[in-house]
Design a protein around this ligand. Structure first.
Ligand SMILES: Nc1ncnc2c1ncn2[C@@H]1O[C@H](COP(=O)(O)OP(=O)(O)O)[C@@H](O)[C@H]1O
Ligand SMILES: N[C@@H](CCOP(=O)(O)O)C(=O)O
Length: 321
């Protein structure tokens, strides 16, 4: 359960009262997520999600995230909407952390996505990229190539307690991307964490997207690479070509990939696997004492990375010639 920060009842009630969303009936810590502390609020008006932003979220970025959710909803995308106090404030402070309340979305995330889900997500991702095209703010990706070496350094020798030789493998892989990362691909607002737990479905149709707290300005195809990694592998770490095909076709039904994006796809998949391997590794080695959180397995992404290292070209992900 991701609850890093405990909130005293009286502080919680006073915080919620400022938003004018009815009287609090219940508050429950949410049993998913690893980045922030999330609570399900039930008030006399409706359900809401209260988020306390933890270490990985810079408070200075909150206007970008809040503005983006509003912008995407204005363009028809279903995503949580920030609730504002009568004087127009979305973000406040609670238990010493920046905090905000957003609307609750109906829908279920899928634990074992099938090819149809992957197609829906590919299409939804391209719609998100289109809807974000005229968003006026930008945010540098704070978990991209220049940030990977510091993450590996933070793990340090302890990496080898997770898997022998891991630190050396990380350094070698980082060096590849530092030397060859494509920096001229079509770019704009990307979600950057569109894993299955952040996508809701109703009757097998995509019904909403959540968790925009890694969103940033970066290559669209990198976002697609993140989704290929998080949706199209099986539990035994084999890549499912049918799911990859469905995702790529869904994406291209809205926004066709350029030749440069297709050529870069293997490296982008490799780089995004490395990014999640690194953050998971650092989180695995640094669980805050007393936090209610189940860190994700870093080695899942070590195995995915090994697959990408063997890929010849985008056809290996299911791209039709
Ligand atoms: N707006 C929302 N509507 C419904 N459920 C939500 C909403 N936001 C978060 N959740 C629930 O809370 C869980 C954790 O949220 P998430 O944003 O993924 O956490 P984190 O901030 O740690 O990444 C989600 O998996 C989902 O079950
Ligand atoms: N999706 C990332 C971790 C971030 O998790 P979230 O709770 O913010 O969705 C991973 O799986 O490593």
């Amino acid at each position: 359960m991701a609850v890093y920060t405990e909130v005293p009842d009286d502080e919680m009630a006073a915080f919620v009262a400022r938003y004018g969303i009815g009287d609090l009936l219940s508050v429950k810590g949410i049993a998913e997520g690893v980045s922030n502390s999330n609570f399900l609020l039930h008030t006399t008006q409706a359900f809401f999600i209260l988020t306390l932003y933890e270490e990985r979220v810079d408070a200075a970025d909150l206007p970008f995230f809040i503005g983006l959710m509003e912008h995407l909803a204005d363009r028809g995308l279903i995503c949580p909407q920030p609730v504002k106090t009568p004087d127009g404030q979305a973000v406040g402070r609670l238990a010493g952390r920046p905090a905000a309340i957003v609307t609750f979305l109906d829908g279920l995330s899928v634990r074992r996505p099938n090819a149809a889900h992957c197609g829906e997500v590919g299409r939804g991702l391209a719609l998100l990229h289109q809807a974000g095209a005229d968003f006026p703010m930008s945010r540098v990706n704070s978990l991209s190539v220049p940030d990977w070496r510091p993450l590996a350094d933070r793990a340090g020798a302890a990496a080898d307690t997770v898997s022998p030789g891991l630190l050396q493998r990380l350094h070698a892989e980082i060096a590849v991307h530092e030397a060859h990362w494509p920096d001229d691909l079509p770019a704009g607002v990307i979600h950057a964490d569109l894993f299955p737990n952040n996508v809701f479905f109703l009757k097998n149709r995509l019904s909403g997207l959540i968790d925009f707290y890694f969103a940033c300005t970066d290559a669209f195809a990198y976002d697609l690479a993140i989704c290929l990694n998080s949706w199209c592998f099986e539990a035994d770490n084999s890549f499912n070509l049918t799911k990859g095909q469905a995702m790529l076709a869904g994406y291209q039904s809205v926004r066709p990939l350029t030749a440069a994006e297709i050529e870069a796809l293997p490296q982008l998949c490799r780089g995004s696997a490395l990014r999640f391997l690194l953050t998971r590794l650092v989180d695995w080695l640094n669980v805050p004492p007393g936090a209610l959180v189940k860190p994700h397995d870093p080695l899942e992404y070590d195995r995915k990375l090994a697959f990408h290292q063997r890929v010849a070209d985008a056809r290996d992900y299911g791209l039709k010639p």
